[in-house]
Design a binder for this molecule. Structure first.
Ligand code: WTA
Length: 669
């Protein structure tokens, strides 16, 4: 992990004030016991049984945690359960079959509601269909779909038969899909004919077809008809989803008991290299922590209507649109569209019409809402909202305040939840019925989680100082390994230490471990204040957040460098007013400036190789990129130039003369 220089980190600091959770909220909150942090500390790891107890287990676990092969930790060992049973059947059995499980809002303002009974029926039928197609336990099924109800149905159908799913975000290109299918050895693909963006139909199937051309093995495809006659349906041997349901009408499939440690799903995510990492999540620990945090942090209860505006194709959607809320028997909203179509009050219109209780989104969206103005939320009655959440990036106190006031009416607690694809579930956040909030700071590590900010040598830094965010003890929803790459898993995330974490050395868990442990490196910079509140400062490696989607800068840069005529490229993000937008600096082979044709080819190549969402909104040509004497591109400088901010210390540059040129290139572009 590379560390950005200190001044860069300090520049991102901002002093938070303390705000107590609103009393009216605390009165009805799911967790109000202020001793919970202490209780979890004292009873670790058994405290995590509280999370596991929220689920129905086919067989009780023998041991909460096995550390023998650390950092390949195992949770709830010996236990057996089925995720689909926990998210669907048990609610039907508990007399709640008529409650809405999924409420879907389509792009063209269509709506669809699935009760738990409807969900039960369709999950069973599709599970039966998958089995008939030959899907067996442990076969990976790839899902490449926009936010339509068939996506969670397919995920749960896979879980039902013990087939891990690998969902690929529909905004990723066919090429990216092909790589993921090839890597995971997946022989089944469920996709969609197309989707709508801003009212226009886009062809997804043709992207999937491109992907399959590059895959060496045979793949059976199922296609969901989303667009009807809008797109021609070619008879190419792929199967029709709804036809399969009809053929399996009324079929029932026994949920397969899975070992707690069996793979529930694979999720590819970007790392610092161009190679996507196949993050593996295990059934028992993942579902336990996701259910527990949905309740303790999002405060979800079965009668709630809850909306997380993420895409299901990313971890946030997996954990907090599908598995967490459905495990609790909540109504979860799905929204296929854009926040500003047909108008900029679309989100608030949906919140009002559905009387949404809990809303969870990303700072990039909040910054956009802020930019559009308070008149849009003001058009609607948002009084149904009880709690607001944010995830994905640091949120600055100003956006936090705006969210609280103009969306929450000053009465909703805000949970700023820090976590990652690899952590599977929330790790750092305030418990909204217990902890005070500090705008800009995510909060204390959740009960049962040990976070520590350390320096490059692994020593804890003093309160308030910036350092590396690490997690010093395992947690149930943690990544188990990277698909087919145990070595990279250990290298990338873990450092062996001699320390015995403080809480482990005391109380009844002291016998569990004697000789040190492992430290998980999150890849983020952070600082902790005197109250143990963690302010996350952002990635320290070259991973970007593009409109809330995690992307390696290396992936983007390689895609740009592939274009004929390009010599070198460096990308930064967060330059538009709302903090989004990819900004690409490009030097050409001829050493001269590029033209519009080159700019167009760059954008097209990024769309083709990565996906439309990652296309640079600005391409700036320069004769050279700013580099340190050791040849490393100075991204911080590029970011400041792009944002028109002060440049800070440039003494490390080998080619300081380039700075003036860059500034005028940005101005003129
Ligand atoms: C960032 C998304 C600040 C962080 C769930 C992390 C955050 C990366 C927060 C993971 C937050 C997530 N405050 N930064 N509340 N939440 N991040 O894997 O840099 O898509 O490492 O998981 O998002 O992104 P990922």
């Amino acid at each position: 992990m590379r560390m950005t220089d200190r001044s860069d980190l300090e520049a991102r600091l901002d002093g938070p004030d303390r705000i107590a959770p609103p009393e009216a909220f605390v009165d009805g909150a799911a967790v109000t016991d202020s001793g919970i942090h202490e209780e979890f500390r004292e009873r670790w790891p058994e405290c995590w049984e509280r999370a596991a107890d929220m689920l129905d287990w086919e067989r009780e676990w023998d041991e909460v945690l096995v550390e023998e092969n650390a950092p390949f930790y195992e949770w709830f060992v010996g236990g057996e359960l089925n995720a689909s049973y926990n998210c669907v059947d048990r609610h039907v059995e508990n007399g709640r079959k008529n409650q809405a499980a999924i409420k879907w809002e389509g792009k063209l303002e269509e709506t669809r509601t699935y009760t738990y009974q409807d969900l039960y029926r369709e999950v069973n039928e599709f599970a039966a269909a998958l089995r008939d197609l030959g899907v067996e336990e442990d076969d990976v099924v790839t899902l490449y779909m926009p936010v339509v109800p068939e996506l969670p149905v397919a995920m749960l159908a896979c879980a039902r038969i013990g087939a891990p799913h690998s969902v690929v975000f529909a905004g990723l290109s066919g090429k990216a899909l092909g790589t993921r299918i090839e890597r995971s050895g997946s022989e089944y693909l469920v996709t969609c004919d197309g989707y709508y963006r801003r009212g226009n139909a886009f062809n997804l199937k043709s992207k999937a077809d491109d992907a399959l051309l590059k895959v060496d093995h045979d793949v059976t495809s199922v296609v969901v008809d989303r667009l009807g006659d809008t797109l021609p349906h070619v008879d190419d041997g792929s199967l029709d989803y709804h036809e399969l349901l009809r053929e399996h009408s009324g079929a029932e499939v026994e949920p397969v008991p899975r070992d707690a440690e069996d793979l529930l799903f694979l999720m590819y995510t970007s790392g610092t290299t161009g190679e996507p990492k196949g993050v593996e999540h295990a059934t028992g620990g993942y579902l336990s922590q996701v259910a527990w945090t949905s309740r303790a942090v999002l405060d979800l209860r079965p009668e709630d209507t809850y909306w997380c505006s993420a895409d299901i194709g990313w971890i946030t959607g997996h954990s907090y649109i599908v598995y967490g809320p459905l495990a609790l028997g909540t109504t979860t909203m799905l929204y296929e569209g854009s926040p500003d179509y047909p108008d900029r009050d679309r989100i608030w219109e949906i919140v009002e019409r559905n009387a949404v209780d809990v809303f969870y989104t990303a700072p990039t969206a909040i910054r956009a809402f802020m930019k559009w103005g308070k008149e849009y939320p003001e058009r609607h009655d948002l009084s149904s909202l009880r709690l607001l959440g944010t995830v994905g990036e640091p949120i600055n106190p100003r956006a936090w305040e705006w969210y609280r006031e103009h969306v929450g009416g000053g009465e909703c607690p805000i949970v700023d939840t820090w976590w990652q694809t690899e952590t599977g579930a929330m790790m750092i956040a305030t418990l909204p019925g217990v902890d005070d909030m500090k705008p800009g700071s995510a909060g204390p590590a959740l009960p049962g989680i040990d976070a520590q900010v350390v320096d490059a040598a692994g020593e804890p830094v003093p309160d308030g100082a910036a350092g590396y965010l690490t997690i010093t003890r395992p947690w149930p929803a943690m990544v188990r390994t990277l698909h087919d790459d145990d070595e990279r898993y250990v290298d990338e995330y873990w450092t062996e230490t001699d320390d015995v974490p403080a809480s482990r050395a005391s109380g009844d868990s002291s016998e569990r471990s004697s000789d040190g442990g492992w430290r998980y490196d999150a890849g983020d910079g952070a600082r902790v204040d005197e109250d143990g509140y963690v302010t996350v400062l952002g990635r320290l490696d070259d991973v970007l957040s593009v409109e809330g989607h995690r992307l390696g800068s290396m992936e983007l840069e390689s895609s740009i460098v592939e274009v004929e005529g390009v010599a070198e490229a460096a990308v930064v993000v967060g330059t538009a007013d709302d903090g989004s937008g990819v900004f690409a600096y490009v030097s050409t082979e001829s050493g001269r400036t590029g033209d519009d044709d080159l700019r167009r080819r760059i954008v097209e190549n990024v769309e083709r190789t990565i996906g439309e969402f990652a296309a640079p909104s600005r391409v700036v040509f320069t004769t050279e990129l700013p580099k340190t004497r050791s040849g490393k591109i100075m991204r911080r400088l590029l970011q400041s130039v792009a944002r028109g901010e002060p440049l800070g210390d440039t003494s490390a540059l080998r080619n300081p003369e380039i700075v003036g040129e860059l500034k005028s290139a940005v101005r003129d572009e």
